[in-house]
Design a binder for this molecule. Structure first.
Ligand SMILES: [Fe+2]
Ligand SMILES: [Fe+2]
Length: 349
């Protein structure tokens, strides 16, 4: 079955270039009309394959903390190999090759984002260390990175199972490129960046990831997918709370610049948009929801809820009455999360 899926995909991918070259050869031989038609058909097929690939690899799934390098979100190159998958085995019966391709790409997208969250937390740890953060924050940051390792392994495993291809994580070359230090007007800029990153990527981003994964888990029919998303939801909720704790630390120690940065970050909440899901031929919203991908309307609703809650909670910290109060710094329990590898890997619950 796996070989058949790979063969069908290979034929679809190669069809465009073959028709295109065939058409060019025909035109050179003098068959202008047939060659022209074949060339156009080939170019159209290549365009459709590229569009389909682009569409399904940008589906919104659960995400962790975004890895930002020079202001751009980065993920690892995809590669084939071992080392980044657990033994998860979702049900494949009844799925067509196209449906498996769509689900494989959707989980590859999640896998890339989860994998990128690992160095994102490593970067946060370095920043917190540089600013003299307490041990509890550093500990929570490293535990969160370990959560992301489990999330990435699981997502790669599901992507491999659906696609039939041994996908794995490749390099993130941008991480190894030394970049010049940012122009800084002093220590205050570091606090400002920490405040903005914590509110947008931590409190909002991971809070939304938790809500999306929780709702997707409720709608998923496959037991492995359902439990995977439930565990991710619980972990991401804890990561969002870590974002709030980092924000509290920054406000407590960063002075007026940190508080000013929170005002600006609150304004930036208004510019956050719900990612748009593409329409993919051959798969409807019901199918996607049963397999862990929420419909656009549901994503929009969850985004609005998260924006509202984030705005309300953060605004309370910049109100005049709150200025005399110390923001809450309380670490959630980190050892209570279920282990994704042991509880949901085979679906035998
Ligand atoms: Fe995650
Ligand atoms: Fe996360």
């Amino acid at each position: 079955m796996v070989e058949l899926v790979v063969l069908v995909l290979l034929c679809i991918v190669l069809l465009g270039p073959v028709l295109f070259v065939w058409g060019l050869v025909d035109m050179r031989k003098g068959s202008g009309t047939r060659g022209g038609i074949l060339t156009i058909l080939g170019a159209t097929t290549m365009g459709l394959v590229f569009w389909a690939y682009n569409a399904i690899s940008h589906m919104n799934f659960s995400k962790g903390r975004v890895l930002r390098l020079k202001g751009r979100a980065r993920v690892a190159r995809r590669t084939l190999g071992d080392g980044w998958a657990d033994d998860a085995a979702p049900r494949l019966e009844g799925l067509t090759p196209w449906q498996r391709t769509v689900l494989g790409e959707a989980w590859m997208y999640s896998a890339g984002m989860e994998h990128a969250s690992i160095p994102a937390f490593a970067k946060l740890s370095l920043k917190l260390s540089a600013l003299g953060a307490p041990s509890e924050l550093l500990e929570a940051c490293h535990l969160a990175a370990l959560d992301e390792v489990r999330h990435a392994r699981r997502c790669f495993a599901l992507a491999r199972a659906y696609s039939g291809l041994p996908w794995s994580a490749g390099a993130i070359p941008e991480l190894g490129q030394g970049h010049p230090p940012r122009p800084s007007s002093g220590d205050g800029d570091e606090w400002s960046r920490l405040v903005r990153g914590s509110l947008l990527d931590g409190c909002l981003g991971e809070g939304l990831a938790a809500s999306v994964a929780a709702e997707a888990s409720r709608r998923a029919s496959d037991p492995v997918v359902r439990e995977t998303l439930a565990v991710i939801a619980e972990d991401e909720e804890r990561h969002a709370e870590l974002g709030w704790d980092v924000l509290a630390f920054a406000l407590e120690r960063g002075g007026g610049k940190a508080r000013q940065a929170l005002h600006l970050a609150l304004d930036a909440l208004d510019t956050q948009r719900t990612p748009t899901l593409p329409n993919i031929p051959g798969v409807d919203e019901g199918f996607l929801a049963r397999n862990g991908v929420l419909p656009q309307a549901e994503l929009g609703r969850l985004m609005e809820d998260c924006l509202q809650q984030t705005r309300a909670r953060a605004s309370a910290w910049v109100e005049p009455a709150a200025r005399t109060q110390r923001p809450r710094v309380m670490m959630p329990p980190c050892s209570s999360s279920p282990n994704i590898s042991s509880s949901a890997s085979t679906g035998k619950t």
